[in-house]
Design a protein around this ligand. Structure first.
Ligand code: NI
Ligand code: MN
Length: 228
């Protein structure tokens, strides 16, 4: 069992046997998450899918307070070291895996862009496959639907997936239902929707689209915990 806590937009925390993995922290600039007090959120690792502001805004705050190890692509890890002296980072690139104390992380392809807030290159955007004794999941990051997702379904056993569903900047929920089929999972947590105008969605229609494919779409409230 893995406990997921949703913090709005693309940000969530996965607790795996007492280890806290925080993904794409963007909480303090998100008006919809104004009730979340980030000083109470623990983090042992911070995983960053790509360089955009709406995925890295709170990385420094969390890293400074918790000393968490950053996991991302080489360019983003180097940028946090050069810009802020955050040297506790683990650089990866596409297709590579590494065994951490909580389980195995693979950095996988995403179709998107990845410029960092100051205009520096954030390398190529990605997603993560996490495999542990307590369960496996796929976080797609910001991405279009793409055929590499078929490889994930073929060669990994994915218990649940966190997929963007907001459309415009990423795939929308219709394409996300196809992504769920490709990675062969029956449980999806929707991300990257409703934060601002371009990505507002109809929740009922989104859930119906997934239901047609026999996949459950979970849309937790910001701050809500789910065990999967
Ligand atoms: Ni993005
Ligand atoms: Mn984004």
């Amino acid at each position: 069992m893995i406990k997921i806590t949703f913090y709005g937009h693309g940000c969530f925390k996965a607790d795996i046997d007492g280890t806290h993995l925080l993904f794409d922290p963007f909480i303090t600039p998100n008006e919809k998450a104004s009730h979340i007090d980030i000083s109470t959120i623990p983090a042992d690792y911070i995983l960053i899918s790509h360089g955009h502001e709406d995925h890295v805004a709170d990385v420094k705050r969390f890293a400074d307070r918790t000393g968490a190890k950053l996991i991302s692509n080489f360019e983003i890890i180097s940028w946090f070291d050069k810009s802020f002296g955050i040297s506790n980072g683990h650089p990866m690139n596409h297709g590579g895996s590494w065994n951490f104390d909580f389980g195995k992380v693979k950095y996988v392809n995403a179709i998107h862009s990845s410029t960092l807030p100051d205009g520096s290159s954030g390398g190529n955007p990605g997603g993560f496959i996490i495999e542990s004794k307590h369960g496996n999941f796929y976080y797609a990051g910001d991405t279009a639907l793409h055929m590499d997702m078929q490889l994930i379904g073929q060669y990994h056993s994915i218990d649940f997936a966190l997929l963007p569903i907001g459309d415009n900047f990423t795939m929308g929920y219709e394409d996300a239902t196809i992504a769920a089929e490709m990675v062969k999972t029956k449980n999806v947590i929707g991300l990257h929707y409703d934060t601002f105008g371009f990505i507002e969605i109809d929740h009922t229609k989104a859930k119906e689209a997934f239901k047609k494919k026999n996949v459950t779409l979970l849309l937790p409230e910001i701050g809500e915990e789910i065990n999967l």
